[in-house]
Design a protein. Sequence first.
Length: 336
Amino acid sequence: MSDKDVPELSWLRTLTLVPYFADERQLTEASVDLGIEYRQLREALDFLAQLEMPGLPGTAAFEVRIKGLSARVTPAAELLAEPLQLAPEELSAMLLTLETLESSPMQRDPDIARSAAAKLRAGATGRTAVADTTPHATVDVAHAEILATVREAIAERKVLELDYRSASGERGVRRVDPVTLVMIEDDPYLKAVDRVDDGSGAGETVVKSFRIDRMLAAAKTGEDARWHDAPEFDANDPHGFLRDGGAWAAVEVAADSTWVAEYDPVAFAHDADDEDFPEGGPYPAWVPATNADRTVGFLLRRWPGVKAIDPVSLHKAVADRARAGLRAYGEVAVDG
């Protein structure tokens, strides 16, 4: 429709002509009734005549008959006189989606989803919440403010200064070019390019992941951020483990933790029908290990379901990180 003239009237006012002209009416009368200039009225009717049915190129959406000073508009498809009724299954599916959006820390304005869900529940007697709509525990008031600052920096393309604690517990100030926000396992992450790594801009830039709840503070600097393409998001490899290539580490996956392979890059050594398949587990497997910090963090999150076997240095690094974490909480580390 790029080659068609759009009328001066809004879409809403143009479409209100359809029920008005369901019966043949005088254009001069319509101009007075609707408060629309005669010229605008003719342009709007001509525009309606050019519209096509969605998905059916060449099929007119409305038949517009203009005879002298009168007109009539007939829709090609029957218009809805009343809203469609949702089946119970459809209602539950819509509520589940809306309630998930309500509790997501990524929502800029959760009140919109909350209002829509409330209206759906109001129309279904006895219907209660389908999902847990409690706001995500990791996003407290402070981090909600940080998240808002991050969003603004992305929208305005401004450099962010982060007071950040890494997965290994190291705290420092990072100056980053923000790229985008993503959700991974219910946690919001900022995808950004660290300016220390990027330096003069020579060579390939690396888009890193910064978890929002590890940010102690975030501030816009006012400096324009460099443009970086957002990396393609792969739900099967959200942290980009497989993009590293190179080294892999041997691990064992407990029988009740094989679901991990549905969320993380885990390659099992045997198929279920292999002769050497260990019935009842644990199951030998490999995980990417080029980035030691990320691999240690992954193994800590999945412990005890996934345990490092080889190299020994990885097993030791996981144990050391766990002990350091326990000491930070004033607890005594236990070997094992």
